[in-house]
Structures are given as structure tokens and as C-alpha cells.
Design a binder for this molecule. Structure first.
Ligand SMILES: [Zn+2]
Length: 404
């Protein structure tokens, strides 16, 4: 976490040109970004520097809003983060974003976690920082800034929730009404702590959030494919892009549908004891009756909780890389993640591994597998057979209790 004074005399940052400490002007709580605007007394220039929170912890950047000159430790930060943020600040939105406060106890020493993001998975991962703060920052009162879609995941121990009625598609915009609301909130204190909201925090136990224990013991376990309409099981990114543009992505989804049936048919021949299940988003095409279809077209607290139960009852979940794999991998016993070529750099970012299960890296590797998206169905089936057949012995082999 980082502690900031609400009204500091000096900026936290130095002028990128003169290398002298800047003069604080204001904090900007744009939505995703938590920034400081500051000026340099020497070159008389005003800069905006994003505080090291969320992805800005890894993709640090600052810029001059007038000249568009930007500095960053990472080339991707300019196109991905800086330019959209500059544009947002230049085009403030007049609409008022509704903010509701849910107070569980009086906040004296706030530690604020901002979970707003334009990508669902990013917001969810920021929320997972709660578990670390509850363990190591006990003297603080945790305050969450969250969109409504994450409310069902909030643990009981949170002191206060600032519930923001903002859609994912709006989260990159600059709403002065939201900025002034958050600034008004922090003005009640002299200092506030801001969570670094790491983009990929470790978590010990998913049930802290979903109230659903992972690896639920059931008589009939499932093998579950995580369906997603917008990222089908098809490896040519150019064709996926073109088909989306032409609004004919359903053709690739039909291919995905056939692949799921073929894979499950191969698995079913040797393993009839499992409930073969399709879960996830987008209820297109009808599966044969021996495949249980629990996909949904709309998410509510009820469907989210039910799906977490399905994941927890799964011996294995399989799906194409993406935020759709976060909650399934957190709850299921094992995961097989299919990696598209254009996502190889995002390896493992969509997988949640509960640290309570094992500290042995070999066991973690056994239960969290990856395959290239163009891997043949036959090889994927063989990989799944090996995981199903050897998971019990792997757990025994890779668990050493003596001396611990
Ligand atoms: Zn300067």
C-alpha cells in the first residue's frame, strides 16, 4: 500500500525534466486511474503522474497533458494506458455517476482499494487484494471502491463500500462527478492509505470471496468446458477478428460447439462416471442430453454463485484463456487452459491458484496445465486422461509433511 497526505505541500513526484520535487495541485480519481497532478516551479510545467496502483504499478507513466509528451518504464504503457487516459481527461463526461455508500463500521484509518476497471477480470483481481490486506494491515479499515457487478464477492470484514454505478464500457472515461465524490470522501482524513491493488495478487482461499469452498467433495464429479462466445476455440486471430467484424462469429462458435462434443465424446468413452458440463457465458446451440448445459446469457448474484458451485464440483475445467477462467480455476480441482497465439505473453494471468492447497510448485504445475490453442483434440484428450488418472498419486508424491 502507499500512504498519501490528503493535502501535501509537495508532490510525491519529481519533474521528469528538471528532476526536482513538484508542487501538488490535486489528486484525480478518474475511474481506473488514481493520479496526482503536479507542477514544476522551475520549468513551469504541469504533469500528471499515475500513482503505482493496479496495472500502473507495473506500467508506470506520467505525461504533460498540453504537449502530450509522455514518459514510462514500459513501451506498452503509452499506447495501452497513457493515450486513452489523456483522451479521457480532455473529454470530461458531464453525466453524474451515482455513488452509494454501504457502511459497516466507522472508518478511522482508511485503506482504499479501487476495483474499478474496464475489464471484468482486472476488477476481480484487484478485489482479491483484500485477502492480503486483511492479514497484514489489520489496523486499517478497508474501504472498497467497486462497481455493482463485484458486490456479491465482498467479504464481511470490509468497513465501508463506495458502490459506483458504472459500466465496464464507462470505466475509461473521466467523470468529474466521480472524481469530486472520491476527493470529498478522502478530504475527511489527513492521510489515507491506497492499496497497490496488484494486478495479480496471490490468494489463499477463494471462499473468502465467493463463500464456495473449492474442490467440493461430491459423488459425481464434473468435467466442465468454460464456454465464451467472443473468444472461441479457434487459433487464427485474424479470422476471429474478421468474423467478429463481419458479425459472423457464430460460425466459429459452431466449430467450437463441435469440438466440445468431440472432446467430451472421446473422454466419455473411457470415463463415464463424470458429469460432462458446459458452463460460462452465451447460451448458443443445443448440446446433446448427456452434456449438462449450465451456460447463461445474463449474470446475477444467483447465477454467479451457482456457477461457482459447478466449478467446485469439477474434477477439471477446460477453456480458452481469458478472465472467464479466473473463477473456474479458483474452484476446480484441476485446470487446462488453452492459449491463443496472441495471448502467449499473458501466460497464467487468468489462472487463480489457491495457496492453501499446496506450496509444492510441482503439484501446482500438475494441476494447472496449459496447451496451445491449436493442439489437436486427441492430444488434449490424452492430457486430460493423464491428469484424471494420476492426480491422486501426484498429490501424494508431492506432499512432504515430515519436518513441517
Ligand atoms: Zn521542471
Amino acid at each position: 500500500m502507499i500512504k498519501i497526505a490528503v493535502n501535501p505541500k509537495k508532490s510525491y513526484f519529481k519533474c521528469p525534466k528538471c528532476k526536482i520535487q513538484g508542487k501538488h495541485i490535486r489528486y484525480i480519481f478518474q475511474g481506473i486511474h488514481n493520479s496526482e497532478e503536479f507542477s514544476c516551479n522551475k520549468c513551469k510545467t504541469t504533469y500528471i503522474w499515475d500513482l503505482p496502483i493496479g496495472h500502473s504499478h507495473d506500467f508506470d507513466f506520467k505525461f504533460n497533458l498540453k504537449t502530450k509528451e509522455a514518459w514510462s518504464n514500459h513501451p506498452a504503457a503509452i499506447s495501452w494506458f497513457t493515450i486513452p487516459y489523456q483522451k479521457a481527461l480532455e473529454n470530461p463526461q458531464a453525466d453524474t455517476i451515482k455513488v452509494t455508500y454501504i457502511s459497516n463500521r466507522k472508518v478511522k484509518n482508511p485503506l482504499i482499494i479501487n476495483c474499478i476497471d474496464y475489464l471484468y477480470g482486472h476488477g476481480l483481481l484487484k478485489l482479491f487484494n483484500i485477502q492480503r490486506h486483511l492479514k497484514v494491515h489489520k489496523k486499517y479499515d478497508i474501504v472498497l471502491i467497486i462497481p455493482k457487478s463485484l458486490l456479491w464477492l465482498v467479504p464481511n470484514e470490509i468497513a465501508e463500500i463506495i458502490l459506483v454505478d458504472i459500466k465496464l464500457s464507462q470505466a475509461r472515461n473521466y467523470y468529474p462527478s466521480l472524481d469530486s465524490e472520491i476527493n470529498k470522501y478522502i478530504s475527511k482524513f489527513k492521510t489515507v492509505a491506497l492499496s497497490k491493488a496488484y494486478a495479480h495478487p496471490e490468494i489463499d482461499d477463494i471462499s473468502v470471496f465467493t463463500k464456495q469452498q473449492s474442490c467440493e467433495k461430491v459423488r459425481e464429479e464434473r468435467i466442465t468446458f468454460i464456454w465464451r462466445n467472443d473468444r472461441p476455440w479457434f487459433n487464427n486471430i485474424y479470422i476471429v477478428y474478421a468474423f467478429k467484424k463481419l458479425n459472423i462469429i457464430s460460425i466459429l462458435n459452431y466449430l467450437q460447439y463441435l469440438k466440445v462434443i468431440l472432446l467430451f465424446s472421446i473422454l466419455f468413452r473411457k470415463n463415464k462416471k463424470y458429469i460432462y458440463t458446459v458452463a460460462g457465458f452465451g447460451k448458443t446451440f443445443s448440446f446433446p442430453k448427456w452434456i449438462e448445459d449450465v451456460r447463461t446469457n445474463t449474470f446475477s448474484d444467483k447465477t454467479e454463485r451457482y456457477l461457482c458451485k459447478v466449478y467446485a464440483q469439477s474434477k477439471l475445467v477446460i477453456g480458452v484463456h481469458g478472465s472467464n477462467m479466473l473463477l473456474p480455476s479458483a474452484h476446480a480441482q484441476m485446470t487446462l487452459d488453452l492459449m491463443p497465439d496472441d495471448r502467449l505473453g499473458n501466460f497464467a494471468q487468468d489462472i487463480v491458484y489457491e495457496t492453501k492447497r499446496s506450496s509444492d510448485l510441482r503439484y501446482r504445475a500438475f494441476i494447472s496445465r496449459y496447451a496451445y490453442l491449436n493442439t489437436s483434440i486427441s492430444t488434449i484428450a490424452k492430457t486430460i486422461f493423464s491428469m484424471l488418472n494420476h492426480s491422486h498419486e501426484a498429490k501424494k508424491m508431492f506432499t512432504v509433511t515430515e519436518g513441517k
